[in-house]
Design a protein around this ligand. Sequence first.
Ligand SMILES: Nc1ncnc2c1ncn2[C@@H]1O[C@H](COP(=O)(O)OP(=O)(O)O)[C@@H](O)[C@H]1O
Ligand SMILES: [Mg+2]
Length: 223
Amino acid sequence: MLHLRDISYHPTASALPILKQISFDLGPKQLGLIVGPSGSGKSTLLEILAGLATPTSGKLFWREQSLLPEALQQLGGLVFQFPERHFCGHTVFEELRLGHPPELSSDRVQEALAAVGLDHLSLQASPQQLSGGQQRRLALAVQLIRQPYLLLLDEPTAGLDWSMRQQLVSLLAELKKEWSLLIVSHDAEDLVDIADHCWTINHGQLSSVQPASLRHRQPQPAA
Ligand SMILES: Nc1ncnc2c1ncn2[C@@H]1O[C@H](COP(=O)(O)OP(=O)(O)O)[C@@H](O)[C@H]1O
Ligand SMILES: [Mg+2]
């Protein structure tokens, strides 16, 4: 169970706070969805949850334990927006093994691929040759292999066509059976049906909302 209590983020370079007293809870095997327009602070919030940025004030807890950024780096697996742009392995196998000791078992590699429905893929395939949907799955597998407790996804459906989006949403619904997921997106449409909790974020301020109020809404204007 993840708890955020009054998390604010106001780097000196920014005139206004980017995140304002954000509090929420996310339980095990739950999918939380945060929806907000461009520039509202979504990616910054994920960076804090992944331990890549330190909040100016507020506290994060996992179960009852207060967490520092180093612990968050272990706990969370962040899939960046357009993760395929950051692939650096020449093969699927290399991409999955990067940053792991040589002893990493091939069972774990296969398990991670199976979890994202890519176990039929050749380990020697180039990540660049995969379809857009397969690349997103591979990026998820890269995080799963680290065995995080919490998957953090930044705009996971952005830039995918309709059928690839539907496939990815089904996969996320499957992953929810084992992991906690927190997804941020400017567009609720695809994800609202699989979310257990929804929030909106505007100018760094989070509000809890009923999923129904996010359905069939006009896309939010870019800030
Ligand atoms: N380190 C930083 N210093 C100053 N401003 C930042 C920093 N990081 C992000 N911002 C600003 O914070 C706001 C929120 O950015 P971001 O989290 O990327 O929003 P979103 O992901 O919702 O589009 C933007 O106005 C962005 O320019
Ligand atoms: Mg963003």
